[in-house]
Ligand binder design. Structure first.
Ligand code: TXA
Ligand code: MG
Length: 342
């Protein structure tokens, strides 16, 4: 039998180091950390990002490791300066300029052929890179003080729902990053729309904060809705199961689903109004006024709160209208859901 002393001397099991995570609004602190290749969670108008120096392999490596993200899934580079994007690509088609003019700063990400100055660690070896000019005053201020772009995926563990508040980030990445820059609740609430400019076409890879209708108004018939094989192959965010809650989420007709799962304790997500069958259960109404923008703003908070609710075993949700941001909302619900595709 080992004596206590021996036991104390035996090697400790490997444990991940944790660090203290501070939440604040100190831009200088964020600048200092980022210049030192450390990571900072930053607010954007869409969702919080897990940001690091996009020109530093060290920082980029940390992003993949903290997020537990496969290195085959490329990152978006954030800048406050459209001129920089032109420098970082070898081709900048006219339509890219028009899109930036209309939507930057804002929830649109452009995928363009990259210059070698962009590391293939950021782009997962792709010949293209993704760029976005985010629309959040605190982040724009931060970017204006940096000489490099910020590589930033959504600040959630890979596959989980994106965070739309500093508290959401802290709940999942607390202890893993030194600082969360608190810019309040995200105004759009779902991720950016991603388009790839390819052979004169604007290929929609991910529905998001810029609606199809708004894109179409700028691109006309140059807009191509990404084919499923593009989505799987080119944008790993399009993996079938993504944005997922831990609890099963069922999307469809709420009355039918309530009957089918009557033996489980459901939490409900409605678009505009609740129905009697849900009267005694936890309920989220995404937009009492029937606005798809408001639904987008509330979606991830609703998903998280029901996921954490002690009286909820499953989440039952209905789709919202397929207009404006509604498509992006439904896309998220489908990817999170068990509705036959996960
Ligand atoms: O709103 C947003 O876009 C947020 C905020 C933080 O900016 N960011 C975000 O990043 O959603 P992330 O990493 O969670 O999703 C970015 C998606 C990924 O699915 C990635 O595969 C795709 O963008 N992506 C990045 N570079 C790409 C490229 N060169 N070609 C195609 N897809 C790309
Ligand atoms: Mg993400």
């Amino acid at each position: 039998m080992k004596s206590k002393k021996n036991h104390e001397l035996s090697p400790k099991p490997a444990r991940k180091m944790t660090m203290q995570t501070i939440i604040g609004r100190d831009i200088e602190k964020a600048v200092a950390l980022l210049k030192n290749d450390d990571l900072v969670a930053v607010p954007t108008e869409t969702v919080y990002g897990l940001a690091g120096n996009g020109f530093s392999e060290e920082a980029v490596k940390k992003i993949f490791s903290v997020k537990n993200r496969p290195s085959s899934d490329p990152l978006i580079l954030h800048t406050n300066n459209p001129g920089k994007i032109r420098e970082w690509v070898w081709e900048f088609p006219e339509i890219a300029g028009k899109l930036l003019e209309q939507f930057a700063p804002g929830p649109l990400t452009l995928v363009l052929p990259r210059n070698p100055v962009i590391s293939d660690k950021v782009t997962a070896g792709k010949e293209t890179a993704a760029f976005r000019i985010p629309n959040h005053p605190l982040l724009l201020e931060l970017l204006s003080r940096l000489s490099f772009p910020l590589a930033a995926p959504s600040a959630n563990p890979f596959g989980y729902v994106s965070p739309v508040s500093a508290a959401h980030v802290s709940a999942q990445l607390g202890g893993k990053i030194p600082y969360i820059l608190d810019g309040g609740r995200c105004n759009v609430g779902i991720e950016s729309t991603i388009v790839e400019i390819r052979e004169g076409k604007v290929v929609l890879l991910r529905e998001g904060g810029v609606s199809r209708e708004a894109l179409h108004a700028v691109t006309g018939n140059k807009l191509v809705i990404g084919r499923p094989e593009d989505k799987e192959g080119r944008t790993p965010g399009y993996l079938k199961s993504h944005y997922a809650t831990h609890k099963p989420l069922y999307l469809g007709n709420i009355e039918e689903l309530s009957v089918r799962y009557k033996n489980q304790r459901a939490g409900y997500i409605f678009f505009k109004e609740s129905i009697g069958i849900a009267a005694n259960n936890p309920v989220w109404i995404l937009s009492p006024t029937g606005s798809t923008d408001e639904a987008g703003r509330n979606l991830f908070t609703a998903m998280r709160e029901l996921d954490e609710h002690p009286d909820v075993d499953i989440i039952i949700a209905e789709a919202v209208p397929e207009t404006g941001i509604g498509r992006a909302v439904n896309e998220r619900l489908k990817k999170a859901g068990f509705s036959g595709n996960s």
